[in-house]
Design a protein around this ligand. Structure first.
Ligand SMILES: C[C@@](CO)(OP(=O)(O)O)[C@H](O)COP(=O)(O)OP(=O)(O)OC[C@H]1O[C@@H](n2ccc(N)nc2=O)[C@H](O)[C@@H]1O
Ligand SMILES: Nc1ncnc2c1ncn2[C@@H]1O[C@H](COP(=O)(O)OP(=O)(O)O)[C@@H](O)[C@H]1O
Length: 289
């Protein structure tokens, strides 16, 4: 009985600029994905049927779970009906803007593609990933700092890594991505800064003056409706973060620190460890099946 265990890491968005809306309702955006040291754990075991368990009972363990959606999409693609038992230990908060569900879906595609002996080419897996979620291709194909455009599926590896300690905090608010895209305040006329260039200046020259460029277009509406999220960002700055921002559509916020002791002190200021994570400089998603 084959058995594969992997980690599915979370991401933050360093800058998130929404530049337009497509006829199908999806929004065009420019963003930089960065992996953080917060991960779900998944175990896949060959079986006759396809099923899963999830440690977080607030999440579905049926076809509404992105793991089973990914597994079913792969079975349909390969026109086969092999089974597997998927065990998900959920550590990444959901509705947090951390991409946890998308990361789980990507891990499922990657592992079952091997476990079931399908060996689908990467372009085909990419097409399946995009249908599962705009963020899924990032987790499937990348391990580090990536510029994303389109709806978030067009990826360019920036071949750089952040020289900062990252403190990521979940302020106990579940925010729906759909709600955020429906209610954000559009700034489509804005001159869009070159996030790739800003990342180069930040990582290569440690030019901190570029940090205000990394705006998140969801922040204004999220802070209006969820004051606790604004307060979490302010607290990170009070604790000495060089920069702090909402991640994705929220509610998680992250702060960049140049010193480990300041980052660890900031972690402690947020109390309960299970709702915060510390990522070292130059972090990459290393777990690959
Ligand atoms: C906002 C971002 C930023 O990285 O991440 P999260 O905050 O969810 O982590 C992403 O754009 C979320 O990607 P993902 O969570 O995969 O979204 P999907 O499941 O594909 O889409 C959920 C819904 O969000 C809206 N959506 C999503 C992506 C996009 N570029 N434009 C959109 O308008 C659509 O209404 C869609 O039906
Ligand atoms: N395995 C999963 N992990 C997290 N969320 C899941 C999963 N399967 C389905 N979902 C649903 O997908 C939604 C988005 O999850 P997630 O990708 O974690 O969003 P976000 O990046 O906004 O936190 C959740 O609100 C949840 O209802």
């Amino acid at each position: 009985m084959q058995h594969i265990s992997v980690k599915a890491f979370a991401k933050i968005n360093l800058g998130l600029l929404i530049t337009g809306k497509r006829p199908d309702g999806y929004h065009m955006l420019e963003t930089v994905f960065a992996p953080v040291n917060w991960y779900d754990e998944l175990t896949f075991t060959s079986a006759d049927e396809l099923s899963m368990t999830c440690s977080n009972l607030d999440l579905p363990s049926d076809d509404n779970n992105l793991c089973l959606k990914a597994a079913s999409a792969l079975r349909d693609y390969a026109e086969m009906t092999k089974g597997a038992t998927i065990r998900l230990t959920k550590n990444i908060p959901f509705g947090a803007g951390l991409g946890g569900g998308s990361s789980d879906a990507a891990a499922t595609l990657r592992v079952l593609n091997v476990l079931w002996g399908i060996h689908a080419p990467s372009d085909d897996l990419h097409a399946l990933a995009v249908k599962l979620g705009a963020d899924v291709p990032y987790f499937l194909e990348s391990s580090g700092l990536v510029f994303a455009s389109g709806i978030g599926e067009q990826l360019q590896d920036l071949e750089r890594s952040l020289p900062f300690h990252i403190v990521t905090v979940f302020p106990e608010e579940h925010i729906s991505t759909v709600w955020a895209y429906k209610n954000f305040y559009p700034k489509f006329e804005r001159k869009v800064p070159d996030l790739k260039e800003m990342v180069f200046e930040l990582c290569e020259n440690k030019d901190l003056t570029v940090l205000p460029t990394f705006e998140n277009d969801f922040e204004a509406v999220v802070f209006d409706y969820y004051p606790s999220v604004r307060q979490a960002k302010e607290k990170l700055l009070e604790e000495g973060a060089l920069f702090a921002s909402l991640s994705g559509s929220g509610s998680a916020v992250f702060g960049l620190f140049d010193r480990q002791d300041a980052a660890e002190k900031a972690m402690q200021a947020f109390g309960d460890k299970s709702r915060a994570s510390l990522t070292p400089p130059s972090f990459k998603m290393i777990q690959r099946s």
